[in-house]
Every structure is written in structure tokens, then in C-alpha cells.
Design a protein around this ligand. Structure first.
Ligand SMILES: NC(=O)C1=CN([C@@H]2O[C@H](COP(=O)(O)OP(=O)(O)OC[C@H]3O[C@@H](n4cnc5c(N)ncnc54)[C@H](OP(=O)(O)O)[C@@H]3O)[C@@H](O)[C@H]2O)C=CC1
Ligand SMILES: O=C(CO)[C@H](O)[C@H](O)COP(=O)(O)O
Length: 470
């Protein structure tokens, strides 16, 4: 009898091709499917080398080649393509088979698909994958959500292919329904925040400290050897060393300053707003990509207004302030993202364990950072921690770095250097840690013009006043 394959993968693009090779490297036989014959042939050639791999452009051949219950992962672009791939699989798969969407799908799409597939007794997982091409090939962080009992079938493969942190795989069953896609969405929201913050620090080093590219490289490199150690700080340091093939300059200076986006950061902001959880660092990171896209308008407006001449700050002083401010704002960004996850867990019934999420983000993913070991510990100590900022493990870290954020935000404002991520992180911190905000006035105004009522500090109840206009 023909031997069947352990794992199937649809979509042999950037992520899919690398993921399936990773599966095969770990001793599982794997079969791929893509409509593009070149991608299929390229994978078949890999099979001729060392791996137990095959591939086909025929969906029927692909499904027939797999062991039951079939484990089929989709790594295709999010949206309608996921639905059309599921449609094309349905005539061929059986009850009990397992479909896993590894892409950045919107979480309500995952809920809808899971519900529809449940009616056919097909298990559906939304399993966010992070780590880019290299991560998919060598060990990503994987965030699966779906049926707990069906997870037992995919667990051995996922645990084998995932990145390892101190020997522990960076994958864990996260919760029912779209829990996995939701967690990946917020991962990306945090990613947007951290990327925005690193870009602001680069701007400051250049404009206020007159750092050249080698000096920016050195600062990020040095920081990556300390408490800011993280994938994004590491690649930032490397980016400043990259030569441009087409000129004598560094590539960074040749790249157009318009940042694109595929949607996950915006979804995080939108959904956080639906849940009533503030994530201003993530919001402004999305806004900045939008503002960056208005390049021609920005260029025209720049000609209209004068801006202050930037004062020079001594390099060593600036480097120290920048490290502290980046550390502070990284903590605040994780705090905001994790706060959304805690609220979403209640709202959508995900039963998320934030310490487990922090744990599987310690390696493999784009937001991996030394800080995540501390965050894991904080949430292991207190599973119901309302916000990272109030963790006893974090108070000294925040207290010791916030003054530098204040100094740089003030410097940016005075000198016309936009530091929106840093500013919003500071604003969030100051507001979240203030007992009495002036929003009593907003309540008074609402009651004044719309009889919307208000509560009082000194007694229970709902009140309305006939305000006297004088
Ligand atoms: N790139 C990254 O760093 C990361 C991406 N992701 C997510 O993973 C998913 C895949 O991304 P990525 O690998 O970058 O995307 P790619 O576009 O590189 O790959 C998608 C592949 O799916 C194929 N495909 C499209 N439609 C079908 C179909 N109907 N049947 C079979 N195959 C099909 C495409 O073929 P063709 O090109 O011929 O259309 C392509 O080979 C996305 O949701 C993305 O957001 C997640 C983490 C990181
Ligand atoms: O999921 C990812 C990383 O974790 C993808 O690289 C994603 O495309 C990044 O988002 P965007 O393209 O919007 O910057």
C-alpha cells in the first residue's frame, strides 16, 4: 500500500515553503499544494534531496496523499483566498480532519469558518505564525486556537517545528475559537508599536546627536547586548550597516519613507477601541504609517512652515537617554497589548493565560525580547494582573526609565522632532497612573448640554443638575 504523508500544506509562498521544509527537517513526511507549478516543482526537487516531501498542483492528489485524520495547514493570503481554499478542500476531506489557518486572518473570519466547518465535523484551527521566512524555516512562534481535543493531533508537529527557549517549544494551545488568530493580531499590534518607537529613536540620534549610520548601528548593537535585547533592536542595528548595491551610500538612506501595512495593526487598534481598552502607542504607530503615506502632502507642507533649529545634544548623554526611553516605551507597548488580550479573553471567552502567551513569544517571533522573560514571570506570579505597569516586578524598571522619556519627549516638542510613539507611551503612563483626571469636567459638560447625568465622589447614585447659565 502507498505510504501516506503526516502533514499537508497549502500555499508554498514565503511562509508555506519554509514551514513545510521545517516540518520535514523534523522527521515528519509532508505534502505541499499550490496552484503555481513552479513552486510545486521547486518543493518536489527538495524532496529528491534529503526530505520526505512531495507536492502537487492537484488538490485531489494532495488530499489523497495524507494520513487520516488529515492535518492540513493553509499559508495563503488572508481574506477570500482562505475561503476559496477551504471550498476546494471540502469535497475531498473527511469528518475528523483538521484544517489549520496559519495566516494573518481576521479573528471573526476564523470564528465564522470554525462554525461552518464544525457542522461537517471538520476541526478548524486559527494558528498565527510569527518569525517571518527565517522563523518559518528554522523555528517560529506558533499561536494555535481551536478545539482542544483536536490539538493533540497537531501538537507533536508544532512542538517539533517551533522555536525553542531554554528547550521549551514556543507554541501552546491558547484557547477555543479564534484565540490563536486574535493573539497573533495583537502580537502584530505590539510589533507596530515597537517598530515605530525604534524609528523615532533613530530620528533623534540623527537629528539631535548628529549620529552617522555607523554610530546608530553601534548604539543599537550595544543596546541589543543589554536589557533591550530583542529581534527588532538586533535587526535595526544590522540595517544601518547595509550598503546599497546601486550607490556608495547605505541602503537605509535610499529607502522611501512610506511604510506600508497589511491590516493587523489597524485591526488591533480598532478592536481595542471596541473593547474600550486604550492602546495609544499602537494607535499612533498605525497613524504614522498613514501619515508616512502622505509623502507629497508632507513635502508641500514642509515648505510652508518654519520649524525650530534642532539643538545639539551631547552624543553620550543622548545615547543614554535614548536607551532608557526606548526601554520605558517598550514596556508600555507590551503593557497595552497584553491589556487588550486580557479584556478580549473575557469578552470572547478565550480563557487566555497571559503568562503562557508571553512565554511562547520569548523566541521565534518578531517581538521576541529579553523583556518577555520578565513579563512571563510577572504574569506567572499574578495571573490576574490588571496591567503590566502595576506588577511589582516592573515598578522599578519603569520608575528608573520614565524620566528619560520625559526629557526626550520635551526635547522633541521643543525642537520640532515628532516623537508620537514615545509621547503617547508617556501620556498613557501618566494618565493610567493618575488618580484624579480632569474628566469630571467632561461629565459636567455632557450633563449640561445633554442631561447625560453624572456620578459623584461623595455618594452613590446617578445625578442630573439643571445648570444655571450666568
Ligand atoms: N511573510 C511574512 O513574513 C509573514 C506572513 N504571514 C501570513 O502568512 C500568510 C501567507 O503569507 P506569505 O507566505 O508571505 O504569502 P505569499 O504570497 O508569499 O504565499 C502565499 C502562497 O499561496 C498561494 N496561493 C494563493 N491562492 C492559492 C490557492 N487558491 N490555492 C493554493 N495556493 C494558493 C500563492 O500562490 P500565488 O503567488 O501564485 O498566488 C503563494 O504561493 C498570510 O496570511 C500572511 O499575512 C504571517 C507571518 C509572517
Ligand atoms: O505577521 C507578520 C509579522 O509578524 C507579517 O510580516 C506582516 O505582514 C507584518 O505586518 P505589516 O505587513 O502590516 O507590517
Amino acid at each position: 500500500m502507498e505510504e501516506k504523508y503526516d502533514f499537508g500544506l497549502v500555499g508554498l509562498g514565503v511562509m508555506g515553503r519554509n514551514f513545510i521544509l521545517n516540518v520535514a527537517d523534523n522527521g515528519f513526511s509532508a505534502f505541499g499544494h499550490d496552484l503555481d507549478v513552479e513552486k510545486v516543482n521547486a518543493l518536489k526537487n527538495e524532496g529528491n534531496k534529503a526530505h520526505k516531501i512531495d507536492a502537487s498542483t492537484s488538490i485531489k492528489t494532495f488530499v489523497k496523499a495524507l494520513k487520516q485524520p488529515r492535518k492540513i495547514m493553509l499559508l495563503v493570503p488572508a481574506g477570500k483566498i482562505v475561503d476559496s481554499v477551504i471550498e476546494s478542500l471540502l469535497p475531498h476531506i473527511d469528518r475528523g480532519d483538521i484544517l489549520i489557518d496559519g495566516g494573518n486572518s481576521f479573528f471573526t473570519d476564523t470564528d465564522r469558518r470554525e462554525e461552518e466547518l464544525q457542522k461537517r465535523a471538520v476541526n478548524f484551527f486559527g494558528a498565527g505564525v510569527s518569525g517571518g521566512a527565517k522563523g518559518a524555516r528554522l523555528g517560529p512562534s506558533i499561536m494555535p486556537g481551536g478545539s482542544k481535543s483536536a490539538y493533540a493531533h497537531i501538537k507533536p508537529i508544532f512542538e517539533a517545528v517551533a522555536a525553542k527557549y531554554d528547550g521549551e517549544p514556543c507554541v501552546a494551545y491558547l484557547g477555543p475559537k479564534s484565540a490563536g488568530n486574535y493573539v497573533k493580531m495583537v502580537h502584530n499590534g505590539i510589533e507596530y508599536g515597537l517598530m515605530q518607537l525604534t524609528s523615532e529613536i533613530y530620528d533623534l540620534l540623527k537629528k539631535a546627536g548628529d549620529f552617522d549610520n555607523d554610530e546608530v548601528h553601534n548604539s543599537f548593537k550595544k543596546w541589543n547586548e543589554g536589557r533591550l535585547q530583542s529581534f527588532l533592536v538586533e535587526i535595526t542595528s544590522q540595517i544601518f550597516k547595509q550598503e546599497d548595491d546601486e550607490s556608495n551610500e547605505r541602503l537605509i538612506d535610499k529607502i522611501l519613507d512610506k511604510a506600508k501595512q497589511k491590516g493587523t495593526g489597524k485591526w488591533t487598534s480598532q478592536n481595542a477601541m471596541d473593547l474600550g481598552i486604550p492602546v495609544p502607542t499602537i494607535d499612533i504607530a498605525v497613524n504614522m504609517r498613514e501619515i508616512s503615506a502622505l509623502k507629497s502632502e508632507r513635502t508641500a507642507a514642509d515648505k510652508i512652515y518654519d520649524r525650530p533649529k534642532v539643538a545639539t545634544m551631547e552624543k553620550a548623554k543622548l545615547e543614554k537617554l535614548a536607551e532608557e526611553a526606548l526601554y520605558f516605551s517598550f514596556i508600555v507597548t507590551y503593557a497595552q497589548g497584553l491589556h487588550v488580550l486580557a479584556e478580549a479573553s473575557k469578552e470572547y471567552g478565550y480563557q487566555l493565560d497571559i503568562s503562557v502567551i508571553a512565554k511562547i513569544w520569548r523566541a521565534g517571533c518578531i517581538i521576541r525580547a529579553a523583556l518577555l522573560a520578565d513579563i512571563t514571570e510577572a504574569f506567572e506570579k499574578d495571573k490576574d494582573l490588571p496591567n503590566l505597569l502595576v506588577s511589582p516586578n516592573f515598578v522599578d524598571k519603569v520608575q528608573g526609565s520614565v524620566a528619560s522619556a520625559r526629557e526626550l519627549v520635551a526635547f522633541g516638542a521643543k525642537n520640532g522632532i515628532p516623537l508620537p510613539g514615545l509621547s503617547n507611551s508617556l501620556i498613557y503612563f501618566d494618565a493610567y497612573t493618575t488618580t484624579r483626571l480632569p474628566l469630571n469636567l467632561i461629565q459636567a459638560q455632557r450633563d449640561y448640554f445633554g442631561s447625560h447625568t453624572y456620578e459623584r465622589l461623595d455618594k452613590e447614585g446617578i445625578f442630573h443638575t439643571e445648570w444655571e447659565s450666568k
